[in-house]
Design a protein around this ligand. Structure first.
Ligand code: FES
Length: 64
């Protein structure tokens, strides 16, 4: 699903960026160009970012 239409960024691309170390909106902007133009996508990109970060860290919680 496209999150940022202006830059053609999908939720999958955001999740991949998180797997590669992105952990804030600034990272998504630098890596993918998210919210660089109209900015409408920012709130949706933030949601995907937060979900991806939770999923990324969840396995660690099971170990502790
Ligand atoms: S939809 Fe992302 S900058 Fe416009």
């Amino acid at each position: 699903m496209y999150i940022c239409v202006c830059k053609g960024v999908t939720d999958t691309a955001i999740r991949e960026a998180v797997c590669q170390g992105a952990d804030r909106m600034r990272d998504l902007k630098v890596r993918l160009g998210v919210s660089e133009q109209c900015g409408i996508c920012a709130i949706y990109a933030q949601e995907v970012l937060e979900q991806a970060l939770i999923q990324k860290t969840a396995p660690r919680h099971h170990l502790t």
